[in-house]
Design a protein around this ligand. Structure first.
Ligand code: PLP
Length: 395
């Protein structure tokens, strides 16, 4: 008995982060954990906010009758109402609990959305650099991802988008702030994407849903006001989670929100609820649903990430790296000083700094830094970044 050829291939394709993780572990065993500066994983070291623990203690000390039982597959009505209320405040749109489905993180949310919307061989347009799991999620539902490139500032190339849309295109998937870039799409970009989708729908007689994957929505810097996709395109769905904004990725709590102005939203929500059940998720974790009711307006201290971003951006640009300054999230995606970033990433590893090659995000020539680590790790990594750059710097 062996695993399928397809899964073997996917495991190779999606192995960059794991590869760095495994090699990093081996190195840590060899030279000591404290001597390796691991910037390869988006697993935040920041603790959840105190309000999270307060709520956890409250529920543990005064359990609600039936709180561990099955529930409606879309989640507790009061949890969905709390999320809807927050979205109403943020977008001004008329959200209520019927527009929400609680999910197993953003990953679960995306799978449920794809399962609900896509037929076999349908296409999803994604933008490089992309979160590599999109490709595997699409395959789960017999669909395919088509990649459209971004410009040097990591903004989608709109002409390429126009040309990529065919009668098979059912979904366009964006991620803002982006993993691996931290870039937020501006209102102008969102309006332009929306216009293209509407024109193409008319031309091809099809329907295209704009899906926004936004687990980093609340981690944004420089007082930027987050442009909600709901305000720019009515056939839109958000898939997100509290993994990063409450720093609880292990707790697997997220949601899907369907634009109240999406004509078919009742049918879509019914489909999403059905797929949440039949994909085997059944419902999102009960305890976490109770906890997040009162945490919709709470997040980890974003200024902590902003400070780390400022430090790293300044240090790297001083060394000579070319970096697009991230607007949010906790990733940076600098250019490698040589076009093939793999030997450069190896050199960084020799300098005890672990990052992920851009090839793993469909964009060679770059590498991803996850700076959701202790300040001391970031500080200690700078010397390695300097030495590696000196060795390979362009003349
Ligand atoms: C862009 C993006 N989408 C989705 C996910 C999955 O998030 P979750 O842990 O909530 O499933 C991640 C996790 O790192 C991510 O970076």
């Amino acid at each position: 008995m062996t695993i399928s050829k397809k899964i073997k291939h996917f495991m190779e394709q999606g192995s960059w982060i794991r590869k760095m993780f495994e090699e990093g572990e081996a190195l840590k065993q060899k030279v000591g954990r404290e001597n390796i500066y691991d910037l390869s994983l988006g697993n935040p070291v920041i603790s959840p906010p105190k309000e999270f623990y307060a709520k956890l203690r409250e529920l543990a000390s005064a359990p609600i009758d039936g709180m561990h039982r099955y529930m409606p597959n879309s989640g507790y009505p009061e949890t969905r109402a709390a999320v809807a209320n927050q979205l109403k405040v943020e977008t001004g749109l008329n959200f209520n609990s019927s527009h929400l489905v609680m999910t197993i993180g953003a990953g679960g949310a995306l799978n449920v959305v794809m399962k609900t919307i896509l037929d076999t061989e349908d296409e999803i347009i994604i933008f490089a650099p992309y979160f590599v799991e999109y490709i595997f999620y699409a395959d789960n539902h017999n669909a395919k991802c088509k990649v459209v490139n971004s410009d040097s500032k990591f903004i989608p190339k709109l002409d390429e988008l126009k040309n990529a849309i065919t009668a098979k295109t059912k979904m366009v998937l964006i991620c803002s702030p982006g993993n691996p870039t931290g870039v937020i799409y501006t209102p102008e970009t969102l309006s332009a994407i929306s216009k293209i989708l509407s024109e193409k729908e008319k031309e091809l007689g099809t329907e295209i849903t704009l899906v926004s994957d936004e687990p980093y929505r609340k981690i944004i810097f420089d007082n930027i006001k987050y442009p909600h996709i709901f305000d720019y395109h009515h056939k839109s769905i958000v898939a997100t989670s509290h993994s990063k904004d409450l720093s609880i990725p292990g707790e697997r709590i997220g949601y899907i929100a369907v634009n109240p102005n999406y004509e078919n939203n009742k049918e879509i929500i019914d489909g999403l609820t059905f797929c949440n059940r039949t994909l085997g998720f059944v419902n999102a974790p009960a305890l976490m649903q109770r906890i997040i009711i009162s945490l919709q307006n709470i997040a980890i201290d974003v200024s902590d990430y902003e400070r780390k971003r400022n430090f790293l951006y300044e240090e790297l640009t001083n060394i000579g790296y070319s970096v697009v300054k991230p607007d949010g999230a906790f990733y940076m995606f600098p250019k490698s000083p040589i076009s093939d970033e793999i030997p450069f990433v190896e050199e960084l590893k020799d300098q005890r700094v672990l990052v992920v090659p851009g090839t793993g995000f469909g964009t060679p020539g770059h590498f991803r830094i996850a700076y959701c680590v202790e300040d001391s790790v970031l500080q200690n990594s700078i010397d390695g970044f300097k030495k590696a750059f000196e060795k390979y710097k362009p003349f």
